[in-house]
Design a protein around this ligand. Structure first.
Ligand code: LMR
Length: 335
């Protein structure tokens, strides 16, 4: 009898220890992304980690996996939906394959005259409606992070639209970017971000587009002799979480994380422009890559060459989404 009660006591002790351990084990958020740590998105992820752990007093632990070390472009979205990771911040150009092609409005050349219009779109009905479209896919949108306007690069000068003719240009998985490159007579090629440097180095592709912070931190300038500061298109991010994970969080934890995300967003968007300006200056300082700023006439010619993309993509993105963006520009008096 004695040994039986000892056994029961031992089992109860193990069970209660397990329960205590369970109760005190932190909630882990795996935050995976594909860019270098010293980029706006990389620094934003670290800032979210710091604020989330501080404000939940350690009840949440954020593990940041940068530079595609955990998942590459295509894999990460699937991993999030499966719950293998809890948080991502993919480029807005990468939601087409998920079936939410309206995000590609952000890829339209020259659709945003400046960041003020962009911010109004993200914080207004368009931004909210795009996040709503993610929810049936088991994804919840939390924030939009900035990484600014893109430059073009190749191993030949890119001054005129004709200079792009015949170039194999790496793009993100966006039909709008495919149409953009074809409008210039270039041959678009979708590649994961982690494969771009090697593809440029080996000649699989001839050139690409990205904000300077990505170009520099991936050392693309080592294998691209010419950069043209076209600012022809925008690159930003949607910070997203696995919806079930987020909805199942204790309410107080979720509230603390919402506040941490709000402040991390403010921080990321505040540093993005400077980070990109600094990166472009560093590319120039190497003396190995020509950083060319197109003349007003050359910029006008590029804009004209890319104008048809908006009409061509209207049916894919939705006339209403494009018109809503244009309305914001008019409202700010910049159209
Ligand atoms: C790219 O694939 O070029 C970018 O989306 C990478 C990133 O996340 O900034």
């Amino acid at each position: 009898m004695k040994s039986f009660s000892l056994l029961i006591g031992a089992l109860l002790a193990v069970a209660s220890f397990g329960a205590v351990a369970q109760a005190t084990a932190p909630i882990v958020i795996k935050f995976s992304h594909v860019v270098a740590a010293d980029t706006p998105k990389g620094k934003g992820a670290e800032r979210f980690k710091q604020l989330a752990e501080e404000r939940t007093k350690g009840r949440v632990k954020v593990e940041v996996y940068a530079n595609s070390v955990l998942y590459k472009d295509k894999e990460e979205m699937e991993a999030l939906q499966l719950g293998a990771v809890q948080m991502l911040a993919p480029s807005l150009a990468k939601f087409g394959p998920l079936g939410v092609k309206e995000f590609e409005v952000f890829d339209l050349p020259y659709i945003f005259p400046d960041k003020a219009v962009l911010q109004r779109v993200e914080e207004g009905p368009v931004g909210a409606s795009l996040f709503k479209k993610l929810e049936p896919k088991g994804i919840k949108g939390l924030a939009y992070w900035d990484n600014g306007f893109k430059v073009m690069s190749a191993n030949r000068p890119l001054h005129q639209p004709a200079d792009f003719k015949g170039l194999k240009m790496r793009i993100q998985s966006s039909k709008v970017l495919d149409a953009q490159m074809r409008a210039l007579g270039a041959l678009p090629q979708v590649l994961a971000f982690s494969e771009v440097y090697q593809a440029l180095q080996t000649g699989v592709v001839d050139g690409t587009e990205n904000p300077p912070s990505n170009l520099y931190t991936q050392k693309m300038n080592e294998v691209q002799k010419f950069v043209s500061v076209t600012n022809h298109g925008y690159l930003g991010y949607a910070v997203i979480v696995n919806k079930k994970f987020w909805d199942d969080l204790p309410a107080d934890i979720r509230t603390a994380l919402e506040g941490a995300m709000k402040d991390a967003t403010r921080y990321t968007n505040a540093i993005a422009q400077t980070e990109n300006d600094d990166a472009l200056a560093k590319v120039k300082a190497t003396g190995k890559t020509e950083v060319y700023v197109p003349t007003a006439a050359e910029s006008a010619a590029l804009k004209k060459a890319l104008q048809p993309v908006q009409d061509e993509m209207k049916s894919r993105i939705g006339k209403d989404v494009i018109e809503e963006v244009q309305k914001e520009a008019v409202a700010l008096g910049v159209k």
